[in-house]
Unconditional design. Structure first.
Lengths: 95, 493
């Protein structure tokens, strides 16, 4: 199994990571090798096996729906690269 | 100062309680040790001013007679735990300059118990690696050396946490373990590393890698110290819905409770190709030690062991690709300015994430993408259940499982980073416990022919860390391992 450069570019686009031509070649080889190695999972018969997404067997705990935090706009914004007033600033998204 | 470095945490606590030593004296000794071992690159952000305040406060609690469990004990923290107003980077360029406005629950518990924070410790970027070489700060170096003196890897991802304790530059430290990131570096550096049961310690405020696998745990010189700090770290937390609402037992009692009649399982599938003979021999010795201490050894089978690593390398990257979507150049960390929003995201993430992190995000994105989800992600989750069921069955017949921690001793820096899969194979014995959510410990148990430390791993059913402590203590007593790396800050024993 191989992952060609175009596929790498497509996944990278989904993951919002820009990859150079050179990088996409390295990743193409790496991902191919890793996925080939992962192929061995196909040997396992998993017919009728319920997928396990986590090991937590305890039922989630209920609590009162109370506000426990808030009024911390300054803290939320403190680490942002760019802010204006009470907002994060991003490049213009509307034409 | 040399006498202070020789004390284990338990011994230091006794001396502090008797007022034979002060927290400030202890801190001063560790400050000197940190300076002496600076070349090991363990601390990425030392916090000695904070430490001083904490030590003074701890001494006051001893004077008043209300000192907490960890009062005055110098502790290092993996740079994956958010620490309030102290830079937290996950050793990634993308988080450079991030000062969390909050404290993680685990570190908060440790400071509430009086622990003294020495600083933030080096690790692989976002905890993705087994050698600490993916860190933006460069690798943490193992204080042990081969005969030829070349720099050895501390292991990873919690490399700085393991190396600092082994070098005497931290009395104890905190790490996290997603696939072996506490146990493998502990084995490489000759210290005790505990990965608790999933749900035992809160994950709140820990930079997330793979949320269904991540768990915080301690590095210590002894099993007794491990039980001590773990008792302070653990506990239910409303802020982490997967944290178990169970009482935290007194783990220190388990350390000396003996193992008469304990049933120890030896899994046949853990004999793998490429395993060092030194490690095979040590495993046999471990078996004999436990028998001598009164345990009953049983051969068991965990048939799906072989599939744990490939299963992990779908599940962990899939969860990581989702968790790391939050680094977008908007809310915190680095931003590369571009005209459009998408171009800004893409440039920021390409620049901010290192190569291994990008590789894992891509694998994860691929496995979760339309058309591949069933073949990879769903399949891996099904295999995960089979792996867990293997353990469930085995624990019908045994109380604890004994395995080696790693297939080899520490390797030189640069030796394995060339090929991702070779690096992944380091975690072959540690990954199954994460997939099944089980507690595991690595105990230093001997030296390789090259004079490097080797660890044995003990696994127990969920929430039975007590059994792990009992069995690990039995191994520790008989192994008489001597923590004496050449690049330590001084004599540690």
């Amino acid at each position: 199994m191989s992952v060609d450069k175009h596929v790498v570019k497509k996944i990278a686009r989904l993951a919002r990571i820009s990859v150079s031509e050179e990088k996409s070649e390295t990743f193409s080889a790496d991902l191919g090798n890793i996925l080939n190695w992962i192929e061995q999972l196909k040997e396992v018969n998993t017919d009728g096996v319920e997928p396990l997404s986590g090991v937590n067997e305890h039922a989630l705990v209920w609590r009162e729906d109370n506000i426990t935090d808030g009024e911390i706009t300054d803290k939320v914004l403190k680490n942002a690269p760019e802010t204006a007033g009470e907002f994060f600033v991003v490049p213009k998204v509307i034409e | 100062m040399s006498e202070l470095l020789k004390m284990t945490a338990t011994q230091a606590r006794k001396s502090l309680l008797k007022r034979e030593i002060s927290s400030v004296e202890l801190l001063n000794a560790y400050q000197t040790a940190m300076e002496k071992t600076e070349a090991l690159n363990n601390y990425v952000t030392p916090t000695l001013e904070v430490a001083k305040e904490m030590a003074i406060k701890a001494d006051k609690t001893y004077a008043k007679g209300n000192a907490g469990l960890l009062a005055g004990l110098p502790i290092g923290v993996k740079d994956l735990f958010c620490t309030k107003d102290i830079e937290t980077t996950a050793c990634s360029a993308i988080l450079k300059g991030f000062f969390p406005p909050y404290e993680s629950t685990v570190t908060s518990n440790v400071w509430k118990s009086g622990g003294v924070m020495l600083g933030k410790l080096n690790c692989d970027e976002f905890a993705m690696g087994s050698s600490n070489e993916t860190s933006i700060f460069g690798p943490a170096i193992n204080p042990w050396s081969k005969i030829d003196g070349s720099d050895l890897s501390s292991g990873g991802s919690s490399g700085g946490s393991a190396s600092s304790v082994a070098a005497g530059a931290a009395l104890m430290s905190l790490g996290t373990d997603t696939g072996g990131s506490i146990r493998q570096p502990a084995a490489f550096c000759g210290v005790v590393g505990l990965k608790p049961t999933y749900g035992r310690c809160s994950r709140w405020g820990i930079v997330a890698f793979a949320s269904s696998l991540d768990q915080a745990g301690p590095f210590t010189r002894t099993v007794e110290d491990s039980a001590l700090i773990f008792s302070a770290m653990a506990g239910h937390d409303q802020k982490d819905s997967t944290s178990a609402s169970l009482e935290t037992p007194n783990f220190s009692e388990a350390v000396n409770s003996g193992i008469e009649g304990l049933r120890i399982g030896i899994p046949a599938e853990y004999y793998v190709d490429g395993m060092d003979t030194d490690i095979l021999n040590l495993w046999k010795k471990g078996r004999a030690w436990l028998e001598q201490a009164g345990a009953k050894v049983v051969d068991i089978s965990l048939p799906h062991t072989k599939y744990a690593l490939p299963c992990y390398y779908i599940i962990a990257p899939a969860e990581a690709s989702s968790n790391l979507a939050r680094y977008d150049g908007v809310k915190y960390g680095k931003r590369i300015e571009k005209e459009s929003l998408d171009a800004m995201y893409e440039a920021t993430r390409a620049d901010g994430f290192g190569e291994e992190v990008q590789r894992r995000i891509l694998i994860g994105t691929y496995a979760l993408s339309a058309g591949y989800y069933d073949a990879y992600y769903l399949k891996a989750q099904q295999v995960r259940r089979l792996i867990k069921e293997d353990f469930d069955k085995a624990f019908n017949d045994v109380d604890v499982i004994l395995t080696p921690t790693t297939p080899t001793a520490a390797f030189p820096i640069g030796a394995e980073i060339v090929d991702p899969i070779t690096m992944y194979l380091n975690d072959v014995f540690t990954v199954p416990a994460n997939l099944a959510g089980l507690p595991g410990i690595s105990v230093p148990a001997g030296l390789s022919e090259q004079g490097l430390p080797l660890g044995l791993q003990l696994l127990a059913p969920s929430f039975r860390e007590d059994r792990i402590f009992s069995a690990a203590s039995a191994i520790e007593k008989q192994a008489e391992f001597s923590l004496a790396p050449v690049r330590a800050a001084g004599d540690l024993q």
